[in-house]
Ligand binder design. Structure first.
Ligand SMILES: Nc1ncnc2c1ncn2[C@@H]1O[C@H](COP(=O)(O)OP(=O)(O)O)[C@@H](O)[C@H]1O
Ligand SMILES: [Mg+2]
Length: 244
């Protein structure tokens, strides 16, 4: 479980998050929606301790990552997989090298175990046999799936997705949505998905929370969000219904 309590985060004089509280329950997929610049990526970075808030706490299974020292931080991060918006693969390395590198960094596994785990994870995301490809030889959707394979390789309990479907065509985006559902179903992970894609939010989310003006303004199950009169939600929904 992730419990975020009263966090404030600013850059210089610009308040991004202001007394934000939010809970992510074990095994659920929580979707955070919010317009560009609302602080979604900042919130994900706070959850894994890449940024520190000025005030407030972020408890991961009861342990405050805000106060964690270097060692504890390393241990806590091992329990997280992060799927970056840009996929963040090294272009000069093959698909398998990209995943191996992440595993070598965080675990002292023998090389054979690292290779086996990489193959297993590529199979899981339906990229069998693509170990030796370079990222530039793959489509955007495939690169995203390599990012997912890398995120799950260390058996994390939590996975954070930063705009997993942004920039993908609808069919490829739907494949990623289905992959997020498969992770929940088969690996029983707890996920936080940041997006402004309402179709994705409704497909993968057990609950949806709106980040607006530094706070979670409204949260609830998809059916509740669909009926909301919150002006920001209505804006998101109008785009969604137009597209449908
Ligand atoms: N490292 C940083 N230094 C200064 N400002 C930042 C930094 N990271 C984010 N910001 C600012 O915080 C705000 C929220 O950014 P971000 O979380 O990336 O938004 P988004 O919801 O689009 O992901 C933006 O105004 C951005 O310019
Ligand atoms: Mg962002």
């Amino acid at each position: 479980m992730i419990q975020i309590e009263n966090i404030c985060k600013s850059f210089n004089t610009h308040f991004v998050l202001n007394q934000l509280s939010l809970m992510v329950n074990q095994g659920e997929t929580l979707v955070i929606i919010g317009k560009s610049g609302s602080g979604k990526s900042v919130l994900l970075k706070l959850i894994i301790g890449l940024l520190k808030p000025e005030t407030g706490s972020i408890l991961i299974e009861g342990k405050n990552i805000v106060k964690a020292g270097f060692r504890d931080l390393q241990d806590m991060r091992r329990n997280f997989g992060f799927v970056f918006q840009s996929s963040a693969l090294f272009d000069s390395m093959t698909v398998s090298e990209n995943i191996n590198l992440a595993l070598r960094k965080h675990f002292k596994w023998p090389e054979q175990k690292i290779c086996e785990r990489t193959t297993e994870c590529l199979n899981f995301v339906n990229l069998e046999g693509l170990q030796e490809k370079l990222p530039s030889e793959l489509s955007g959707g495939m690169r995203k799936r390599v990012g997912v394979a890398r995120a799950i390789a260390g058996y994390p309990q939590y996975i954070l997705f930063d705009e997993p479907t942004t920039g993908l065509d609808p069919e490829t985006a739907e494949n990623i949505n289905q992959l997020i559902l498969k992770l929940k179903r088969e690996l029983e992970v707890t996920s936080v998905v940041v997006t402004h894609d309402m179709h994705s939010a409704f497909t993968v989310g057990d609950r949806i929370a709106l980040l607006h003006k530094g706070k979670i303004d409204i949260e609830g199950e998809p059916a509740v969000i669909k009926k909301s009169y919150h002006p920001e939600i209505k804006k998101f929904l109008s785009g969604y219904t137009l597209l449908k």
